[in-house]
Design a protein around this ligand. Structure first.
Ligand code: GTP
Ligand code: MG
Length: 464
């Protein structure tokens, strides 16, 4: 426990002196472009280039209209300055945000002026890194900021919001607090080892370890869904030439994305597009039709790519022409998928050409051209992923770093359990408890190193 506290102190002492500046909005033309300054000199630097009220003498959380002027007195832009004084700001430091007109030229000039007056260009994620170092956010919340910005679907957004609000941190804090109480009692026993006393009730301790193991296991299990939420589910549309794969891609997307023609072998290369179904992100891949023989070298390469897409995809939609495909062909295809452990949907296309509908219950009949049953296919795709594992409430682990640490926590808990079962001495149990605490602290960032932080924040965008 002492080692823990020292590490916390050490990282809080990590020096932050420079005032940093960056463009907080995307580069390019826009109605507005926002430049953010953070650090002890943020207000002083802003006052040097901002002509309007003197910001240093204004109260925090106020906005001021004025002009940004260069060293020759030439006006660069008319801007609005938002003032946040430490510690009540995103970073916990003095922050000034200059809302300029969104011209690349203006924004570059204003940033240059800030740098000339003493600001340093911010590194990716440096604002959020400072928020973390100043205790405004823990590491899971800081990471949730990046996830929130990157979220492309309702589910990803929801998971990130949950973590940003501290949902995951609360789970971890509860686990840690309970473990700390017990570890303190066990360490106390060690101090009285001559007297053979037991401060920590063993039955209660067993129950606690059991509860913590279950909670950790459930978080670890949520990662498979978390991964899907974060990266999307890849769906390869596979089939023979002319089955209607490209028509189906277009129907699913509701746009004419891929070229469709009656010539077999139209699609040469794979085409990937994203589709949102009930808040889940799918990556649809249209592929070149696969047939037994072709003399065409390019088609050959295309078919190779189709096979690759098929093995890499999370789900394969096997699209066939229901008006010409035999049951035997379909069974053989089905067996091949089963043998390779591929998750698949059999979709029979060109249902409009059938005099009598197909009698197979494992086939989803549709007409890509007439957009019939497309909604059913969307639902089937969603159901395949959702099958009992879409927990939309509570914490979902979407971050590989958290997942790795949680697995270590789980292992430590199992070791504690085993140490107790085999009656190992208290100091060894205490060691395992400390290990569990260490990994829990690693997730929230209470235990970390400068290198690790730099690595984590380097994946953020600049200006965040
Ligand atoms: N009748 C009917 N024709 C369809 C249907 N879907 C697609 N087609 C036609 O089938 C032909 C081939 O369609 P594509 O979407 O290009 O087929 P593909 O599977 O992408 O073919 P390749 O790219 O060559 O592998 C086109 O003439 C389409 O108009 C359907 O539901 N009914
Ligand atoms: Mg095609």
């Amino acid at each position: 426990m002492r080692a823990w506290a020292i590490e916390v102190l050490l990282h809080r002492m990590y020096a932050i002196n420079e005032t940093i500046v960056a463009l907080a909005t995307p580069p390019g033309e826009g109605a507005l472009g926002i430049i953010r300054l953070s650090g002890t000199d943020a207000v002083t630097i802003a006052d040097k280039i901002f002509k309007g009220k003197n910001l240093a003498s204004q109260p925090t959380h106020t906005i001021h209209f004025g002009r940004v002027v260069d060293s020759n007195g030439t006006a660069i832009d008319e801007v609005v300055a938002s003032l946040y004084k430490a510690p009540k700001s995103y970073t916990g430091e003095d922050v000034v945000e200059l809302s300029c007109h969104g011209s690349n030229y203006i924004l570059q000039q204003v940033i240059d002026l800030c740098v000339k007056n003493g600001a340093a260009m911010a590194k990716p994620g440096e604002f959020t890194q400072r928020a973390f170092l100043n205790g405004k956010l823990d590491l899971t919340q800081a990471e949730a900021v990046a996830d929130l910005i990157a979220s492309q679907s309702g589910m990803a957004h929801k998971a990130a919001m949950h973590n940003l609000r501290g949902g995951f941190s609360d789970d971890l804090k509860q686990m840690r607090d309970q473990l700390i109480t017990f570890s303190a009692l066990i360490e106390l026993e060690l101090d009285f080892s001559q007297e053979d006393v037991e401060f920590a009730d063993r039955t209660q301790f067993y129950a606690l370890i059991q509860r913590l193991t279950e909670a950790t296991q459930s978080l670890v299990n949520s990662f498979s869904l978390g991964n899907v939420i974060r990266n999307g589910i890849s769906v390869a549309i596979i089939g023979k030439p002319n089955a209607g794969k490209s028509t189906l891609l277009n129907a699913l997307l509701n746009e004419e994305r891929a070229i469709v023609s009656e010539i077999a072998g139209t699609t040469r290369d794979t085409i990937e597009e994203t589709l949102n179904i009930n808040g889940l992100l799918f990556r649809l891949i249209d592929t070149a039709g696969i047939r037994e023989h072709t003399a065409d070298a390019i088609e050959q390469i295309g078919m190779e790519r189709s096979r690759e897409a098929m093995t890499r995809a999370n789900i394969v939609v096997y699209l066939f022409d229901a008006s010409t495909t035999t049951d035997e062909e379909l069974n053989a295809q089905q067996q091949a998928f089963e043998a390779q452990g591929i998750k698949y949907i059999l979709a029979g296309n060109k249902a409009d050409l059938l005099a009598t509908p197909m009698q197979r219950r494992d086939v989803l009949l549709l007409s890509a051209k007439n957009k019939e049953n497309i909604q059913q296919l969307r639902q089937s795709l969603y159901d395949l992923v959702a099958e009992g594992n879409v927990r939309t409430e509570g914490t979902i682990i979407t971050n590989a770093r958290h997942y790795a640490s949680l697995q270590e926590v789980l292992q430590s808990l199992q070791d504690i359990r085993q140490a107790m079962d085999t009656g190992l001495p208290g100091d060894l149990v205490a060691l395992d408890i400390r290990r569990a605490l260490h990994y829990l602290g690693e997730i929230t960032g209470e235990i970390t190193t400068e290198d690790k932080l730099d690595y984590i924040f380097s994946k953020f965008c600049i200006g965040k």
